[in-house]
Design a protein around this ligand. Structure first.
Ligand code: ZN
Ligand code: ZN
Ligand code: FE
Length: 755
């Protein structure tokens, strides 16, 4: 009798995630014989059996893959049928060559799985209450890998020698801990510095504790304890910026927030991101956790230690990243001792080192889909699949704020974890180390560098260090639009709407309210917001009243200060006189077409934002957005387009009118949002008529604004546009690097074709 014979190559994140044991079990289940092994490109199987069984086997290779595996493709080769007598009668895991495992993907860290969680709280289990329990389906990965191949000796677990019991699990194919590199137990694995009970007592006493997590330290305190929350703010020098909360389970999350099904799914996913949820009106947490905002950043426990800490502990913990003001999250123990000890009363750490820092990811669900505010732990370093292979390997170095970088070869764009603002020595070091680490992990030596055009970005300066390599500069907003195009594999010209805080324009002014007709090769700036003044440059971003004053002055002239509104009444006239002088003499007063700055100005003029300076990036705009509610009114401020420029004069006059009539803030915020939505739709309609384009890509940090995105998407859809948003990377500057890769590659492809 003849037996069917297939060979299949499975590509993707399929190593170190229990994929081979899964294949083994699957083959056994279906009565198929043959072999499975790791190779340089993924996992290879060679199988023998009946047609029906083989078909089912092939199908289930991707559909039933273990939780952490990410199957990208299954390439099948049908080999000639074999006589029964020559078919192997078992299925085996064949040994793989060490060097052949090198280009397999390093997978992201994962939250503890259901089975490990059960064992954690099972008194009869040998790992009962063991804070480092893990298996091939869960636990640390990216953050403990020092080098490739992904094997225990090249992880931070190298110094822990497995005990006999653990070693046996590690070597047994049918065991859930077969080749689980971080495997360990109370006898042989990592240990805590203080007991969980001690830490819980400290929390109950209102203390702040530093807790070592997967990718760095958190600063934690009892979220119900107002005094502790305030003390944490004061010592961290973090005033207004919201704190993330960790709650024990979904039921506890529902006590403080309302959740949609999609939000529940996101919260509970093994990536365990922070999810922005609508705060319940009866939420009993102190307001200082997220001042003046209607959303809370909530996450569920993701390490066994978190679960232990929250079991019979506080119902909600503040879990904010362990850093001092803008510096990167602290991940090393000696650093924690130095930098966090002035803030934390107690440190709950352990002796399993973190090799790569990795912040919590942050998402919000809009229109039923998760959108990243930060793509980091749980997602990085999984690659984004590119439409076309890159011609040469490219390193894109991203922007200055919310930095991520991206390394691409073949069809893979390995977007980094969140590096953050490159504004201090520690951040810059972290950026450089991260790039070196990624080059090593993915064995990519960049041949081309892509960067922003802003000469003052640290990332741009870093790019220029590669004197021997070609450097391709990509305009900031083009990169934003291109990030959407790369994600959705768009090739043809589209309408690109790039709204953000600021980015360097080709005319050397600051852009940020841009309509492009663009493809990956280039763009035409077809409309933009009327210029606002930024008196004092960078300072105007931190002190939005400067932008507001400059706007009113430009529109109304000298008398603007006499307007009968709170902003003018409370204005520091002597400060204004100085500002007026630098505007009049054109000293350090750049022009900007940024929508983000217009949000700031409106927040200030309306009296919604009253402070002199913002406490975190975009605060004034975010507080304005928090008040907008489209169910309140359909009225809108008008932002007409004249000669490719979006005018703001009518907006200001109508706003002043409303303020004098004491129209409530919520209505004003809503009318402003409605106006922006109307403006986007109407400009897109104009562009459709002129350029005959129907696809619209929206990107840039302003589109983190949920109300805006929901409204714009609805209205554009009503006008029969095809709408594309960022779904795989953040729409803020955290997604720039992907756009830079796409543009640089288009450039390389075009040049190759021309030669
Ligand atoms: Zn597990
Ligand atoms: Zn052990
Ligand atoms: Fe930007």
């Amino acid at each position: 009798m003849m037996v069917k014979h297939y060979r299949a190559t499975i590509r993707g994140a399929v190593q170190g995630v229990g994929y081979r044991p899964f294949v083994y079990a699957l083959a056994y289940d279906l009565g198929i014989t043959g072999t499975v092994k790791n190779t340089s490109s993924g996992v290879d199987v060679e199988v023998f059996g009946k047609q029906k069984q083989l078909d089912r086997f092939i199908e289930r290779l991707s559909s039933d893959a273990p939780p952490l595996a990410k199957v990208e493709s299954v390439d099948l080769i049908t080999l000639p049928s074999v006589n029964q007598v020559r078919v192997p009668n078992t299925f085996e895991i064949a040994p793989s060559h060490v060097e052949s495992e090198q280009s397999a993907f390093i997978t992201p860290d994962s939250s503890i799985c259901e089975e490990c969680l059960e064992e954690l709280f099972d008194r009869s289990n040998r790992r009962y209450h063991y804070p480092f329990i893990n298996c091939t389906n869960c636990g640390p990965r990216f953050t403990i890998v020092k080098d490739i191949p992904y094997d225990r000796p090249s992880t931070t677990m190298a110094s822990f020698v497995m005990c006999k019991a653990c070693q046996t699990e590690y070597e047994t194919v049918s065991n859930r801990r077969f080749h689980a590199q971080p495997n360990g137990c109370p006898d042989c694995g990592p240990t805590l510095s203080i007991s969980v009970e001690e830490a819980q007592r400290s929390l109950a006493d209102g203390e702040i504790i530093a807790v070592k997590g997967l990718g760095g330290f958190h600063l934690a305190c009892d979220a119900q304890n107002e005094k502790a929350v305030n003390r944490l703010r004061a010592s961290k020098h973090r005033w207004g910026k919201p704190f993330a909360i960790m709650v024990a389970d979904l039921a506890s999350a529902e006590k403080i927030c309302t959740l949609t099904d999609e939000e529940e799914k996101a919260l509970f996913s093994h990536q365990r991101p922070i999810v922005l949820l609508r705060k319940r009106p009866d939420c009993n947490l102190p307001d200082q956790i997220a001042p003046r905002l209607n959303r809370l950043g909530v996450m569920l426990p993701y390490t066994p230690l978190h679960y232990l800490l929250l079991a019979n502990g506080p119902s909600a913990l503040v879990m904010t990243s362990g850093n001092f003001s803008d510096e990167p999250i602290v991940y090393a123990d000696d650093d924690a001792a130095d930098r966090l000890s002035p803030i934390a009363d107690e440190t709950l750490t352990h002796n399993r080192p973190i090799h790569m820092r990795c912040d919590d990811s942050v998402i919000q669900v809009i229109g039923g889909k998760p959108h990243f505010l930060r793509r980091s732990r749980g997602y990085a370093p999984l690659p984004i699949q590119l439409d076309q292979p890159v011609v040469q390997s490219i390193l894109a170095v991203g922007g200055q704020q919310k930095n991520t970088f991206c390394l691409a070869n073949n069809q893979h764009a390995f977007l980094s974890h969140h590096v953050g603002g490159l504004n201090n020595v520690a951040a810059v070091e972290s950026f450089r180390e991260g790039i070196n680490h990624f080059q090593k992990l993915f064995e990519i030596k960049p041949e081309v560098i892509a960067c922003d055009m802003h000469p003052d970005y640290y990332s741009t300066q870093y790019a220029s260090e590669f004197t021997e390599l070609e450097v391709i500069q990509v305009q900031h907003h083009h990169a934003h639009v291109a990030s959407v195009m790369a994600e959705h594999r768009l090739q043809e010209p589209i309408i690109g709407v790039a709204f953000d805080g600021s980015g360097y324009g080709t005319d050397e002014t600051i852009w940020g309210g841009e309509f492009f007709v663009a493809d990956l090769n280039g763009f035409e700036r077809v409309a933009h917001l009327e210029h606002l003044l930024l008196p004092g440059g960078e300072k105007a971003i931190h002190e939005p009243w400067r932008v507001a004053a400059g706007w009113m002055y430009a529109q109304l002239g000298d008398d603007w200060v006499d307007q009968n509104i709170l902003f003018c009444q409370t204005l520091d006239r002597s400060k204004w006189n100085l500002i007026q002088q630098i505007i009049d003499k054109d000293i350090n007063t750049p022009l900007s077409s940024s929508i983000g700055r217009l949000f700031d100005a409106v927040a200030v003029v309306s009296g919604i934002f009253k402070q002199r300076s913002v406490q975190y990036e975009g605060q004034a705009a975010i507080e304005l957005a928090a008040l907008a509610d489209p169910t309140l009114t359909e009225e809108k401020y008008s932002l007409p387009l004249t000669d490719s420029v979006i005018k703001t004069d009518q907006l200001l006059l109508a706003l002043l009118c409303d303020l004098k009539e004491k129209i409530p803030n919520e209505i004003i915020a809503t009318k402003f949002h409605n106006g922006i939505v109307e403006m986007i739709v109407s400009v897109c309609q104009d562009l459709r008529t002129v350029y005959n384009l129907n696809q619209v890509a929206l990107s840039g940090g302003v589109f983190q604004n949920r109300t805006l995105v929901e409204q714009v998407s609805n209205k554009l859809a009503c006008s029969k546009f095809e709408i594309y948003l960022n779904e795989k990377v953040p729409c803020n500057d955290g997604g720039l690097a992907l756009g830079q890769i796409a543009v640089a590659n288009a450039h390389l492809i075009k040049r190759k074709l021309c030669v």
